[in-house]
Design a protein around this ligand. Structure first.
Ligand code: UT7
Length: 343
């Protein structure tokens, strides 16, 4: 028994923030952001909009793509849940009409979607669920310090979702081989210090530096870790599947920085044209990055039969990779240049 991808959908909040707009309030230039990251614009939620709102839109599109009205479980990968407690997954499931369906969150930052995929495959393989809706959604702009040029230029909001169903290992879309890893030794390189039990128990509610309530990122160190971890992780997945880099048609890597993906492709011996990217339009959307990328890549860059190498890296530190043959799906990809209508 295997788990097979059978539906895909994405959604972006309508508000676009360009590099030029950021430069009005930050000590940076549009050219610095574009040349050092590949990002030209990103989407952000408007006041009052939360991660679950984005997740519901993407989830609805993925269910439609699969032709499903029910699923056996909902997994929400997010690092920006609506509230610290409870998890946002149950509310998302209910709003999708998935009554009393098991639902929970996976918090693994930018690797969250790959961790969620492995979780979904596990639920199906163990016979717990016959299908899973996996959503990666983030309103992470709410956790980014608007005065910090290292992070405010990089992160954006969005959501993407996949539906998995029980299937055969030899079917296109089958997910079998994963490599997952984590290294808590370097957890401080990417962290939001306040808000959890550590700072509350030490200083009480609301104390400490306001900047501690936002993401801190040691950009250069994270960059180096990202390239090395994704290189090793993808190599392990290729080895496990008996494939080599020349078998890979598409490198669908976490969209953190186009230079990271170029460095990764070079280290794997993959030509640069195998990289698919939408970072110029959406920036780094953490757990939403991979499904949003797959969704927009179906607009001509990803065709049934392609061997797709998926890899992600993020806070934790954490990383994960998998390889699959792209299935024939009915997808209506998000229009990166237009405002989406909610449904
Ligand atoms: O999502 C998963 C985890 N995240 C990532 O994988 C992100 C990894 N990191 C990066 O993508 C890059 O490190 C950044 C885009 C964040 C920064 O780019 P960089 O080329 O690594 O720059 P840097 O951190 O080495 O800084 C070089 C210089 C510094 O100035 P000095 O010390 O040389 O005078 C920074 O202060 O660039 C400066 N700098 C900026 N300058 C203009 C940093 N951010 C900016 C900025 N505009 N936005």
């Amino acid at each position: 028994m295997s788990a097979v991808v059978c539906g895909l959908g994405g959604w972006l909040p309508p508000t676009i923030v360009t590099n030029e707009e950021l430069c009005d309030r930050l000590d940076t230039t549009p050219e610095w952001i574009r040349s050092r990251t590949g990002i030209i614009e990103r989407r952000v939620v408007s006041s009052g909009t939360a991660t679950s709102d984005l997740a519901v839109e993407a989830g609805r599109r993925a269910l439609r793509s699969a032709g499903f009205s029910t699923v056996g479980a909902v997994v929400l990968a997010t690092t920006s849940p609506d509230r610290l407690c409870p998890a946002s997954g149950p509310e998302v499931a209910t709003r999708l009409g998935l009554v009393e369906t098991p639902a929970f969150d996976v918090d693994s930052a930018c690797s969250g979607f790959v961790y969620g995929l492995a979780t979904g495959v596990g639920l199906i393989s163990a016979g717990v669920s016959d299908s899973v809706l996996l959503i990666g959604a983030e309103a992470f702009s709410t956790l980014v310090n608007p005065a910090d040029r290292t992070t405010a230029t990089v992160f954006g909001d969005g959501a993407g979702a996949l539906v998995l169903r029980r299937g055969r290992p030899d079917e296109p879309g089958s997910l079998d081989a994963f490599d997952l890893g984590a290294d808590g030794e370097h957890s401080d390189l990417l962290a939001i210090p306040a808000g959890g039990s550590r700072q509350r128990s030490a200083t009480g509610l609301g104390h400490g530096d306001e900047a501690d309530w936002y993401l801190h990122m040691a950009g250069r160190a994270v960059y180096q870790q990202a390239v090395a971890r994704m290189r090793d992780s993808t190599r392990r997945v290729l080895e496990r599947t008996g494939c080599s880099a020349s078998d890979v048609d598409v490198l669908a890597g976490h969209q953190a920085n186009i230079r990271i993906l170029e460095a990764l492709a070079e280290r794997l011996g993959l030509p640069g044209d195998r990289i698919v990217s939408n970072i110029d339009r959406v920036g780094n959307t953490l757990a939403a990055s991979i499904p949003l990328l797959l969704d927009t890549a179906t607009n001509g860059n990803l065709i049934p039969g392609d061997r797709v190498l998926i890899t992600a890296f993020g806070a934790g530190l954490s990383w994960g990779s998998t390889l699959l043959t792209w299935p024939d799906l009915f997808v209506q990809p998000v229009d990166l240049s237009a405002e989406e209508e909610t449904t």
